[in-house]
Design a protein around this ligand. Structure first.
Ligand SMILES: [Fe+2]
Length: 331
């Protein structure tokens, strides 16, 4: 019985692949999604380790697109400054048949975190970020993407009808706080861009993809809470925008739902991590005043379904590497 179910599961996952899929390509074409009333977005972060089963589980959910939220590779010191070595790292890491099927079947978009940019907790002072950027562009964005802008690092926007997706860059302009310095997270230019994008006419919903957590109220990890002054500005921009965006984030090596009010608006953040890297485990338990749910011990991915009606409805599910449901909520 069990074997039969496993067979059906993989048959379904395989069946969702177009027969002509070229698994050497990363698809970024979204024009087929325009005009859809319901969109399903898969997301996750932190990739390292041998177990490749999660990719088939993601594909079996038939998402319309996927967002990789950073730490998509964990670069080693020997690779810093060597764009070819970094590109080869990407190619090696994303070479299993199951992840190639995913990348070639649905549009995928990516941002970076510290480990695909440089050293642990790295910021704009890292001297070799150009090589990291070259490899990132070559691997993730070899096809032309709409919504990119030269002054915004890897940040870019995707518009799908009434839905806006903003993929942010919290590394290129980052200046970690130091004594006598408040630090910079996204930088003013990117904040202004986010504000302008969220005011575009004809929008019903928006998603902000951020490598690090934004709503986090503790001071763990690399969350925006390390930059209290700039985070206030971010929360102002999000809560005062005509549409209130939902935040997707990663980085933490656990999954979490965060909810907090700012300027009278309810803000929601869904954090999914890790895809295949090590889960944080129970030892990571941290005081997090805005968390409404946390799971510390599982490889996982998120699935956000957005129904663009009036009002807009969100459904969030977190699934494990075998497609088993870990948590779900509706808003
Ligand atoms: Fe990570």
């Amino acid at each position: 019985m069990r074997l039969a179910m496993v067979f059906i599961y993989f048959a379904l996952a395989w069946h969702s692949l177009p027969a002509h899929a070229d698994t050497s390509k990363i698809v970024t074409e979204i024009s087929g999604l325009e005009g859809r009333e319901t969109l399903k977005i898969a997301f996750g972060s932190c990739i390292s380790g041998q177990d490749q089963s999660i990719w088939s589980a993601i594909l079996a959910e038939r998402p319309d697109l996927m967002i990789f939220l950073g730490d998509n590779v964990y670069l080693g010191e020997a690779e810093f400054g060597n764009a070819t070595a970094i590109y080869n790292r990407y190619k090696g890491q994303f070479s299993s048949p199951s992840v190639r099927r995913l990348l070639s079947s649905i549009p995928t978009f990516s941002i970076w975190s510290d480990h695909d940019f440089g050293p642990d907790n790295s910021d704009s002072s890292f001297a070799h970020s150009k090589a990291s950027r070259d490899a990132f562009d070559r691997f993730w964005r070899s096809s032309k993407l709409p919504g990119t802008s030269p002054g915004l690092g890897i940040a870019h926007s995707i518009r799908i009808g009434e839905l806006l997706i903003l993929l942010t860059d919290d590394r290129t302009y980052r200046l970690n706080p130091a004594s006598g310095r408040a630090g910079v997270l996204f930088g003013q230019e990117q904040l202004d861009w986010i504000q302008r994008q969220l005011s575009a006419p004809g929008l019903k919903a928006a998603v902000i993809a951020s490598a690090g957590q934004i709503l986090n109220g503790g001071r763990s990890g690399e969350s925006a809470s390390l930059f209290p002054a700039e985070r206030e500005k971010v929360l102002d921009v999000l809560s005062m925008s005509p549409i209130t965006p939902v935040i997707l984030s990663g980085d933490k090596h656990y999954l979490q739902i965060l909810e907090r009010k700012h300027s009278g608006k309810r803000l929601l953040e869904f954090t999914s991590s890790p895809l295949t890297a090590w889960p944080a485990g129970k030892g990571a338990r941290a005081e997090e005043p805005f968390s409404t749910a946390t799971i510390y011990s599982q490889h996982n991915f998120g699935l956000l379904t957005i129904k663009l009606g009036s009002p807009v409805r969100y459904s969030i599910k977190f699934l494990d590497k075998n497609g088993g449901e870990l948590l779900s909520r509706r808003y």
